[in-house]
Ligand binder design. Structure first.
Ligand SMILES: [Zn+2]
Length: 286
């Protein structure tokens, strides 16, 4: 057939040599319970039922694929999705040491319960490793054990962080429960000092991971992420009367305001301050 003469006939595969044979169809497509009507082909019986959307969508086009003698159809559809705009309150999130995170709405991300136990196990395994002779089989075994415990700890932390961050900003939460804005603190505030203690190093890594997850999950959920400047004194301010303490030792777990007599968990007070951060007034705190 000469070029230009080709008529719209039955579609052809691009090449009989390609591993996956497929072609693309555009036009009016109708999906019924047990069959599908395709342009130029007509009705075709569906082997697997209930997978294709048949109502409230506009079917635009599809791709037919052949794999191992079976024919597959995938639909490209346009669908109206419900308004995703979050309508909840502004939530401040204090990243901490005793708890991984404390949120101004009361949500907390605790350190995983098994963690203390795992850290002890790790110390023991590391001591055992250091006593084994270099190059020996027992040393290799001990090293594998240390690696396994490291992996366990990592998984325990990741699991806690995934559950915790999702509980606050997950896309699946109804819009009125999803915060419009979350406020995180600049991690330098926590003085991320170079610390060679293992527990501390792991903890610092967790804070980075919490922040990363809050950021990407918020982006998925339409939540704005604000950063409190590194000079914002979230732990020293009283969230109620806004007066600032001269000093707040790390060991003080309770915030006590000498002006308005607020008495409250230190981290929750910090989270409430973060929720009230005015992005335009950060310079004042320098
Ligand atoms: Zn006060």
């Amino acid at each position: 057939m000469a070029a230009g003469e080709e008529k719209a006939g039955f579609p052809k595969f691009k090449s009989k040599h390609t591993a996956r044979k497929s072609f693309y169809l555009e036009g009016s497509i109708t999906v019924a319970a047990k069959e599908i009507r395709l342009p130029r082909i007509g009705w075709a019986r569906l082997k697997e039922k209930g997978y294709l959307p048949c109502s409230d969508v506009r079917n635009l086009s599809c791709r037919i694929t052949e794999r191992a003698g079976r024919w597959f159809v995938s639909l490209f559809v346009e669908e109206e999705i419900a308004d995703m705009t979050p309508r909840g309150e502004i939530v401040g999130i204090d990243l901490g040491i005793n708890r991984l995170a404390t949120c101004s709405n009361g949500a907390v991300i605790e350190n995983p319960k098994q963690l203390k136990h795992s850290l002890k196990k790790l110390q023991r395994a590391q001591r055992a490793l250091s006593r084994k002779q270099k190059g020996s089989k027992n040393r290799a075994k001990a090293r594998a054990k240390v690696a396994q415990i490291h992996l366990d700890i990592r998984n325990q932390r990741l699991d806690a962080i995934h559950k915790g961050t999702s509980a606050v900003v997950a896309k699946t939460k109804p819009a009125h429960q999803r915060p419009q804005v979350i406020v995180l603190e600049d991690l330098h505030v926590k003085g991320m000092v170079k610390n060679h203690r293992l527990a501390q190093a792991l903890h610092d890594a967790s804070l980075g991971e919490i922040r990363r997850q809050f950021e990407y999950k918020s982006a998925w959920s339409g939540i704005e992420v604000r950063m409190a400047g590194r000079w914002y004194p979230s732990t020293k301010l009283c969230h109620r009367c806004k007066r600032k303490k001269a000093d707040m030792a790390l060991s003080e777990r309770i915030y006590r305001c000498e002006h308005c007599h607020l008495t409250m968990d230190r981290d929750l007070n910090a989270a409430l301050n973060l929720a009230q951060v005015d992005p335009l007034k950060q310079a004042e705190y320098r």
